[in-house]
Ligand binder design. Structure first.
Ligand SMILES: Nc1ncnc2c1ncn2[C@@H]1O[C@H](COP(=O)(O)O)[C@@H](O)[C@H]1OP(=O)(O)O
Ligand SMILES: [Mg+2]
Length: 431
């Protein structure tokens, strides 16, 4: 279909390698569809600049071309680059979390009711993700909707003491990173990085969405937790990454596979990263490897609903276990539920450890977008479905909150349909 194919090169800043570089414009198809080499993606601001007018010149003297519009294939190239940035950020933050959890585990005298280790890990992971994303996209406008802010770290003596410890551990982790350079971050740098997560999000533009440690109770309890990072574009999730340092790399057969798993973190077979890009599938792989995870995930509906298993929160305070038991009975499910903390459940669903993930918080709990953005895309890209309890899609473009009917259900497609029906039936039963 291509009328004529030109090839050209010009100088631009490549946001992949961050250097000024001569880049081939491999294919140019009138009336203006431009496809860039996938390994050299341009900074968004430059793309926008080119986008604005109907007839911009390529940014050097070599040749001029009419870059009329960037087709959606270019958005996809941006997503691919952002996915790589997100994977790097999540791996780095997971390393920080793992380090703190193992210290907590090793300390005989650790006071498990002391909230400071998880606090340090939470803030530290947020700072590291912000640092890594900003480093990888140096000229892009940066917007991040994240759970933490530094208010509690600035005023009191205790807060300042925590800020000092957070800064130390962030620098410790960065000092092992070749790309971090020799300069360490000051306490003010770290607090500013934490506060860069204060965006309100919305349905326009790009927004990173971060839960630095999802499942804080799982983290303290040495069970499951996840570093969860997603990217919204025009209110839709286009990139999702979950770092699950304590999740077995093999499918979980029963709860014994995930009990107190912190001691196994970092050992062979433990620690998984899930990654998905809109329209390009979901993948899983070892958290300790480099690069994109390689195992493609593809969900299939089970033949026999009685054989399937559902997942729910480990904490009964977070999801109504008695309601989910009624739903399971309605579907004819006989297996005991798999109870896991955090969005690790979405990853486990996407790779087929269980066919359903149910979340029915108690009344008055208001969901936040960072608790579902990354996991939702991973489930959908693996071929699953996610919605609220009425079947409505989740709208992540309304700000920091996720307002919905009640509950969030995700499952393989046919099971999801059956679930929505079962919810209606259980709801209409006399109490
Ligand atoms: N009362 C609550 N009801 C429902 N979810 C809650 C409640 N309190 C905290 N959460 C959130 O539930 C998520 C964990 O769910 P699960 O138990 O399924 O792993 C976490 O994001 C946690 O928030 P936070 O991240 O602030 O700890
Ligand atoms: Mg959370």
């Amino acid at each position: 279909m291509t009328a004529r194919v030109h090839s050209a090169s010009y100088i631009a800043r490549c946001s992949y390698c961050v250097r000024r570089t001569s880049v081939a414009c491999d294919v140019f198809r009138p009336p203006g569809l431009v496809i860039y080499r996938p390994d050299h993606l341009f900074h968004r601001a430059e793309l926008n600049h080119w986008r604005r007018g109907a007839s911009h010149k390529a940014p050097n003297k070599h040749r001029s071309y009419s870059l009329v519009t960037m087709a959606s294939s270019d958005d996809k190239s941006i997503y691919r680059h952002q996915l790589d940035c997100a994977i790097r950020a999540v791996r780095l933050a997971s390393r920080l979390c793992k380090r703190i959890q193992l210290q907590l585990k090793a300390s005989e005298k650790a006071d498990k009711s002391d909230a400071s280790p998880v606090t340090i890990a939470d803030y530290g992971a947020q700072a590291i993700v912000a640092w890594s994303l900003q480093k990888d996209t140096p000229n892009a406008p940066f917007s991040m909707v994240a759970e933490e802010d530094s208010d509690d770290l600035r005023g009191s003596e205790k807060g300042q003491g925590l800020a000092k410890k957070i800064t130390a551990v962030v620098n410790e982790v960065l000092s092992e990173e070749a790309c971090a350079g020799p300069k360490s971050l000051s306490q003010d740098d770290v607090l500013a990085l934490i506060d860069s997560g204060g965006s309100q999000g919305g349905s326009e533009g790009f927004h990173w969405v971060l839960d630095p440690i999802d499942g804080t109770r799982g983290f303290v309890g040495m069970r499951q937790y996840a570093v969860c990072l997603g990217l919204l574009h025009k209110g839709k999730v286009v990139v999702g990454v979950l770092g699950c340092p304590n999740l077995p790399q093999k499918r979980i057969e029963d709860e014994d596979g995930v009990g107190e798993s912190a001691s196994k973190a970092g050992t062979d077979g433990v620690g998984v990263i899930f990654a998905a890009e809109k329209g390009q599938g979901a993948f899983a792989g070892p958290l300790s490897d480099d690069g994109r995870p390689g195992e493609r995930l593809q969900l299939e509906d089970p033949q026999d609903f009685t054989e399937l298993r559902f997942m729910e929160s480990f904490e009964s305070k977070h999801s109504d276990h008695s309601f989910t038991a009624k739903l399971a009975a309605k579907l004819g499910v006989t297996q005991a539920p798999l109870r896991l903390d955090s969005q690790a459940k979405y990853g486990a669903l996407a790779r087929g450890d269980a066919a359903i993930n149910l979340r029915f918080p108690h009344q008055d709990y208001r969901e936040k977008i960072w608790d579902h953005v990354a996991g939702a895309l991973i489930v959908e890209e693996a071929g699953g479905k996610i919605s609220d309890a009425s079947g409505a899609p989740l709208d992540f473009g309304k700000g920091r909150w996720l307002d919905l009917n009640r509950g969030i259900v995700s499952a393989t497609p046919a099971v999801h349909n059956a679930l929505l029906k079962a919810i209606q039936e259980v709801d209409s039963q006399p109490q």
